[in-house]
Ligand binder design. Structure first.
Ligand code: FES
Length: 696
């Protein structure tokens, strides 16, 4: 239908308000309590207009268009009402804008500047009501509230949570919970919709939640931002909540080809940044991925993006997570890809460095099978030619992704005695069912997860007493809390904050001399500083010592590539090495990192190699239709206190006598329950961002 606004004919949709019709046609009318996603209430009166045939001015946000309607925005009568309304709002608002965190992004500021209602007519004495920063994630600065009620409508109508309302208090009418209880007690779901719709800086993210150095999206959804592979975590968790595991796993697979592996061994840095940490503890993101992955029946395969053959050949040296990931995406880009692996099987550290009780072969084989199904060719049990020789043999590009398979020893007296091992040899031999001989007492040196892998493997191989000694105190150790706890349950004896002085013995290991550490830190040059405690030397009698203090690449010195620190392949930002056509990715470049970082490196190298071979480098794919999520999340009393679900573990006595997988996968109901704890922070991003007047 057609209406006339200030003499201009515009076309409006039936049922729309005059304000929306005007704005959609580029005619600006001031407004504040109106929000495109919320039902209009006509409270602020800033949108007042005259309508021909109606005596009084009317709020345009509440007035529905009618055929032939004649509207006047620029009329003295409407202008007067709008200015009066603005002065009334400003009368109790802080006069100083520059100190406000919303400065420059505040709708009220934008609106009064447009209307020419300046601070000179402001009452300089504003309300003094204490801010409420007692709630997690959300702070409420009452003096900035203009009582537009948008937060209340967002909480009630958009989300269905219904914990906010206008409350009568001794300080007057203000937004809050019934009886003034905390947001947590009221059943708030901390979705942030109230923050998103607040036109001023009244309801805001708690200090520190929005980061200056990252995008707004990354601040709002910190889990996805923290994930090295940028998996859309809230999206897959929402599918798990709804019991749709097939779609959940398709979302994960849009970024990584190893969901089961990651569900078992991922370092889950995403959980460190999960906003639910502010309410107690994070969503169990990693274990939810595993729960979804066990229900993976390959429904995503029909949506895999495959390019036409290019006739180009790529050799990948090393079949670990980085190399296999790169191969998987390159083959889908139409290239012929051959992975050359020195070991009998591909899998890299996932197969030879992580014990079977954390990551069994069948699980790994299962996911590798999907990669091979795409056409990746394997040559195993063979040492690869040099990159140069591979190029001369006709490969158009080479990727070096041979990992870090050589364990390192510290220059410790006695490290050449019989019975001293390094982590890589010890773990690999255990995985190959040809374990290195150990006695009854074993000492592992190191404080990371690999030290626990060695210690827990030694127990399973029959050791009676297994010790771990490390320089760091328990809080500084890089081993995860779960590893430390599970190791302790199995009987691992931890000597944290201990320095290892020497390995004792004549020809064979007989013990390790330790001394307590008072202080251990790194100086400004990143050099370790160790202060030992006098009179605390002791010798622990052991038959074996296993170094778990790091590992490095093997064989890179003969590849003809420029190296860093004699072992790591040097690359530029495009993952190119010093040799034309040769790329490198994963631990061989970065040093030992996590599986998820290696996978992301594999993805990035696939993009770069595809571009080098003439492709567009686009390996992105959508494996499941991106639906609009249901933003009406509804109430849930006690939501803030919902406990994090814990996976069931095999009894510690049973588990230390076998390599059976220790951790059970969440049952379906547990997974759904855990997923329902998610704050669904990403829903905020779907709320329409009102424009400031100068953006129209
Ligand atoms: Fe219409 Fe507030 S925007 S009354």
């Amino acid at each position: 239908m057609k209406i006339i606004i200030d003499g201009k004919e515009i076309v409006a949709e039936v049922g729309t308000s005059v304000l929306r019709a005007a704005i959609d046609s580029g005619v600006f009318i001031p407004h504040l309590c109106d929000h495109p996603d919320l039902e209009a209430v006509g409270g602020c009166r800033l949108c007042s207009v005259e309508v021909e045939g109606i005596e009084e001015v009317v709020p345009s946000c509440k007035t529905i268009v009618q055929e032939g309607m004649v509207v006047k925005v620029n009329s003295p009568k409407a202008d007067k009402i709008r200015k009066m309304a603005m002065e009334l709002i400003l009368a109790s608002h802080p006069a100083e804008c520059t100190g406000c965190p919303k400065y420059g992004k505040c709708e009220l500021q934008s609106m009064y500047q447009y209307m020419g209602v300046g601070p000179e007519r402001w009452r300089m004495k504003s309300r003094t009501i204490a801010n409420d920063d007692s709630n997690p994630l959300i702070q409420h600065l009452f003096t900035r509230c203009v009582r537009c009620g948008r937060c209340i409508r967002a909480c009630r109508d958009l989300r269905g949570v219904k914990v906010l309302d206008f409350q009568r208090t001794k300080d007057g009418l203000r937004v809050g919970t019934d009886n003034g209880v905390s947001l947590k007690e009221a059943g708030c779901k901390f979705c942030g919709a109230c923050i998103e719709v607040c036109p001023t800086g009244s309801i805001m993210d708690a200090i520190g939640i929005i980061k200056e150095d990252v995008s707004y999206r990354d601040s709002v959804v910190p889990c996805t931002s923290a994930c090295p592979a940028s998996i859309d975590i809230p999206r897959y968790i929402r599918y798990i909540k709804d019991g749709d595991f097939a779609k959940a796993i398709a979302v994960v697979r849009e970024k990584v080809p190893f969901p089961k592996v990651l569900g078992s061994v991922c370092s889950h840095v995403c959980e460190d940044d999960c906003k639910r940490n502010e309410l107690g503890n994070p969503i169990s993101i990693c274990k939810l991925k595993r729960a979804a992955a066990v229900h993976d029946h390959g429904a995503w395969k029909k949506n895999v993006k495959r390019s036409n053959p290019t006739g180009k050949k790529v050799a990948v040296i090393g079949g670990g997570p980085a190399g296999l990931t790169a191969a998987y995406y390159l083959v889908k880009k139409g290239h012929v890809v051959t992975v050359i692996e020195e070991n009998e099987k591909v899998g890299g550290q996932c197969r030879y460095g992580i014990p079977a009780y954390r990551l069994p072969d069948e699980l790994l084989d299962n996911e590798i099978a999907d990669i091979l199904e795409e056409g990746v060719q394997l040559i195993t049990g063979a040492k690869a030619d040099t990159p140069k020789a591979l190029l001369e043999k006709g490969y158009d590009a080479v990727l070096v992704s041979c990992g870090t398979h050589q364990g390192t020893m510290l220059p410790l007296k006695g490290n050449d005695l019989e019975g001293v091992y390094v982590n890589t040899d010890f773990l690999k031999n255990a995985r190959l069912s040809a374990p290195l001989a150990i006695g009854e007492n074993v000492m592992v040196l190191g404080g990371g997860n690999v030290a626990y892998d060695c210690a827990r493997t030694a127990l399973r191989l029959g050791a009676k007493k297994v010790y771990i000694a490390c320089l760091e105190n328990t809080d500084q150790m890089t081993a995860t809390k779960d590893e430390i706890e599970e190791g302790q349950e199995e009987g691992v004896i931890l000597h944290s904050a201990h320095s290892f002085l020497r390995i004792v013995g004549d020809t064979k290991v007989e013990g390790v001399e330790l001394q307590k550490v008072d202080k251990f830190y790194f100086d400004e040059n990143r050099r370790p500083v160790i202060e030992l405690s006098e009179g605390t030397k002791e010798i622990i009698l052991v038959d074996n010592v296993i170094f778990a203090v790091g590992q490095k690449p093997a064989g890179t010195d003969t590849m003809g590539l420029e190296l860093i620190n004699n072992a790591y392949v040097k690359t530029n930002d495009n993952m190119e090495t010093s040799m034309e056509g040769v790329f490198a990715a994963g631990d061989v470049v970065t040093g030992t990192k996590s599986v998820i970082i290696a996978i992301e490196a594999g993805r990035k190298s696939a993009e770069e190699i595809d571009k080098y071979l003439g492709g567009n480098g686009d390996i992105s794919e959508q494996l499941v239709y991106k639906e609009s999520p249901n933003s009406y999340i509804g109430p849930c009393p006690g939501f803030g206190d919902l406990e994090r679900s814990k996976p069931k573990l095999l009894n510690s006595n049973i588990r230390k006598s076998s390599f059976e997988v220790v951790e059970k996968t969440f049952e379906v109901d547990t997974a759904k329950c855990e997923a329902s704890r998610c704050l669904q922070c990403d829903l905020r991003l779907n709320i329409t961002k009102p424009k400031l007047w100068n953006e129209y």
